[in-house]
Design a binder for this molecule. Sequence first.
Ligand SMILES: *[C@@H]1O[C@H](CO)[C@@H](O)[C@H](O)[C@H]1NC(C)=O
Ligand SMILES: *[C@@H]1O[C@H](CO)[C@@H](O)[C@H](O)[C@H]1NC(C)=O
Ligand SMILES: *[C@@H]1O[C@H](CO)[C@@H](O)[C@H](O)[C@H]1NC(C)=O
Length: 456
Amino acid sequence: MTAAGGRRRLPLLLHWAALLVLALAARYPLQWLHSSLGSTPSPRSAMAAAAAPLMTLEQWAAAGPGAEVAYRTPHSRCTLLPDGRVQLAPGWDNSSSLPFLFDTASMPTRQAACGSCDASSHGVQCCGACMFGDRLCAAGYPGQNRSAAAAELLMRNGFPLQDLTPCELFARIRGRTLWFAGDSHTWGAFAAAECFLREFAQSLSRRPALHDPAENLALRLLSHVSAPACLELVHGTRVCGIRVDTAAALQTKRASTAPFHVHYSPFSDFKGSSEPIRQTYVRELTDLTAWRQQHALQLPRLVWMETGPQHFFTPQGLYPGPQAPKPYRCRPLQAWYQGDPETRAGSWRNAAVAPLVPRLADTHLRIYNASVPLWESHMPGECSHWCHPAAYELWVFLLNDVLRDSGLGSAVVVQRAMGPPPDAAGAGPSAAAALAAGAASPAVAASAAEAATAAR
Ligand SMILES: *[C@@H]1O[C@H](CO)[C@@H](O)[C@H](O)[C@H]1NC(C)=O
Ligand SMILES: *[C@@H]1O[C@H](CO)[C@@H](O)[C@H](O)[C@H]1NC(C)=O
Ligand SMILES: *[C@@H]1O[C@H](CO)[C@@H](O)[C@H](O)[C@H]1NC(C)=O
């Protein structure tokens, strides 16, 4: 990202620069892969760190990175120490409370998230963290606890959701912008990440990704979707979303950020083309791979996120097309449980792109298998999009794992609070041993027990 490199590659970088270099460098230092947070603190500095005064978010933001102060989040109650370590609250592994990713009770009100948004926000869907575009499971399925049921199911399947704190994910991306570029599902993951990290934001309203409103609006893909939007976090950190539905749009929008996936459907796109959709998909992603290889030095690090499963009544669960009788009834993905090879490989889209991923991206975010069991938390009346919190929150959990394991995110030391929890008596047997900083999530979610549940 040197100036010389920029000049040499000017034709490409014009738009890149607008999005990534100018917009980010002006206010957000690009600390792509490097962070002092990775070093294990010496006992001495650890003691000093633990003794650091706790600040409010405003004080902590004003103090800047590196100040000898600590910040404790008000609801998730994790602490970020000055040396970058994350300290968990006493009783964080309390099995009787919902993991923070799924805890809607502590989420902000509409007034708090959207109160300061006006209608003329230049095409940016300003409103707002944790509103999820009104796709809350509790609204779609009143009284049914579908989010809690999804969280319980996932934890039974071996995903320790309660162990991921906003402090950890924030520390992984601190000083950088985490982009979600892709279709409506990717936007769902953006909304989940934004909500999860809200305790690091001084305002819960989204802001345009680019400083120039006209330029930002020009990056809007469709009139009914938001122009690129960000939740701005402290210490030069942002989490942003941009809608791009095709590989070609990804190149022209220059939103080459992490993570993204694309939208190729035999029913909605490319209707005029005689080329089979799989062929179009592979051809365009092959082009994107070549483009990425060619411009690797200017591009940020990329995470390729798998396409998630659908749970329609078709053999592989895929969308049956608009002619099929409605309402759709979702059902468990029988083909997966029966071992159908293409379904196990993530259906045709994931199977087709898998060989390209090592050159297309720096790492692969595998969400398909883990999401297979979640057939009961789609939006009412369809079997593709999910309500919140459910699958998209799982994807954020898995994203933290790949950012950690690939080294794309900063290394973060996570530790339990010193001393016994004050009210430990009520806590169940601890699953905590499973994870402090290191343990990876199981790659495969659905155990035999789960198969039995889903097949009922
Ligand atoms: C666990 O959570 C429950 C419900 O939120 C609470 O009543 C209990 O005190 C908590 N126990 C610990 C050890 O934090
Ligand atoms: C659903 O949530 C309500 C309120 O939190 C609780 O009383 C009820 O037991 C829950 N039901 C199930 C099936 O978890
Ligand atoms: C899903 O898990 C199966 C093993 O159970 C594995 O063979 C397959 O590669 C996984 N699929 C994806 C898309 O990760």
